[in-house]
Design a protein around this ligand. Structure first.
Ligand code: SF4
Length: 369
């Protein structure tokens, strides 16, 4: 399986925790940027003509902030350039404060069949603290427009003053509004973001408190019929994100647009993070790649283990042997011995026990060493 990722880097304003490649107040560049993106799509499609793709993910930034005609144009360009399977999963990220019935009608015309909505929290005061441009009520309106569609909601943990009651309220809202998939992430205070100061001042919940909120949230999600298939991702049966599963299974993907990353033929490469440089490269006929790394040998094996252990599906010894020709428990004998108590086995599958999945980083460090 292979995926296509397209990055739309525009936002209305910068959220206080954001370190993604997103540019507030640059919407006037949308026309020029999208023209470059279409060109990159065409060139990459030519290069990868032999490969078949099964998913498209339009992320950002805030893809739903630009005129929807560009999204329609992007999907037309992708279908024209790549071999995209007819039943491809096509997702767009949306900010609840930017969605209208007209936009959705155009997205559907473009073949988009999955919508990822950034709710984050149902508490308006917390949304304001985060610098989000929407309210809980906007999410309700957006969900009403999405009635009957396949949609996912993002929920964030570790916010200033966040209580279990707040988490419950947020999950309740997402579930009642019909989200069949919920991504529940812990806020990471990145250096250089405004929220990092709050972190330094001790105003954010600490690691143990976040783990507590996560355990609570997980319980609430399970109660409502969502099953966990990856550390941060919960789904009603049959609605897991195929695009993300491809990442975790170490499948190939091509990333298009500023800052987008790719994994093709064993090579990981990333486009420039600079908007001007991206456009200049494309207009000069170059791919705007700034970093390339061929992943092989021990690194490839570690990637396989690290990605598989994030998921509830775990490591398949059979699949590992098929890809690398060796036994993973022998390759990682010491790390396996040291982490055995956190793992459970079922046939040829090894996975992290449910209660330790949220702290998997500590376990994965053993494999990295
Ligand atoms: S909407 Fe997303 S990409 Fe845009 S500033 Fe906020 S967190 Fe960053």
């Amino acid at each position: 399986m292979s995926g296509i990722y397209a990055h739309i880097p525009f936002c209305k304003q910068k959220c206080t925790y954001c370190d993604f490649t997103s540019f507030p107040n640059k919407l006037n560049f949308a026309e020029a940027y999208m023209a470059c993106l279409y060109r990159e799509v065409k060139e990459r499609g030519r290069m990868l003509a032999k490969k078949k793709f099964d998913t498209v993910y339009i992320g950002g930034g805030t893809p739903s902030i630009i005129d929807p005609k560009y999204i329609l144009g992007l999907m037309n360009a992708i279908r024209g350039a790549f071999r995209l399977s007819p039943d491809a999963e096509v997702t767009i990220e949306m900010n609840p404060g930017t969605v209208t019935a007209e936009k959705l009608a155009i997205y559907k015309k473009a073949g988009i069949n999955r919508f990822s909505v950034g709710l984050q929290t149902a508490v308006d005061g917390q949304l304001r603290e985060l610098g989000r441009i929407h309210s809980a009520e906007d999410f309700v309106t957006c969900a009403r427009l999405l009635k009957g569609e396949n949609f996912s909601a993002d929920v964030m943990l570790g916010l200033k003053g966040q209580t279990k009651e707040d988490v419950k309220k947020t999950i309740d809202l997402a579930a009642k509004c019909g989200a069949n998939h919920i991504s529940m992430y812990a806020l990471t205070p990145e250096v250089g973001t405004p929220i990092y100061t709050d972190y330094l001042n001790g105003e954010l919940p600490d690691e143990d408190e976040v783990a507590d909120l996560y355990d609570f949230g997980r319980g609430e999600l399970l109660k409502r019929g969502y099953m966990r298939y990856e550390v941060s991702n919960f789904t009603k049966p049959g609605y897991g994100s195929r695009h993300n599963l491809n990442y975790w299974r170490r499948g190939e993907y091509i990333g298009l647009g500023v800052s987008a990353s790719s994994f093709i033929d064993g090579s990981r490469f990333t486009n420039t993070f600079d908007l001007d440089e991206y456009m200049k490269c494309i207009l000069s006929g170059y791919f705007p790649v700034v970093e390339t790394e061929q992943v092989s040998g021990e690194d490839a094996k570690f990637e396989f283990i690290m990605l598989a252990l994030r998921t509830a599906f775990g490591v398949s010894a059979k699949e590992y042997r098929r890809q690398f020709g060796t036994d993973w428990k022998e390759d990682f004998a010491e790390a396996y011995e040291r982490t055995k108590e956190y793992l459970e086995e079922q046939g040829d599958i090894t996975r992290i026990k449910d209660e330790y999945l949220f702290v998997q980083n500590h376990i994965l460090t053993e494999y990295m060493n």
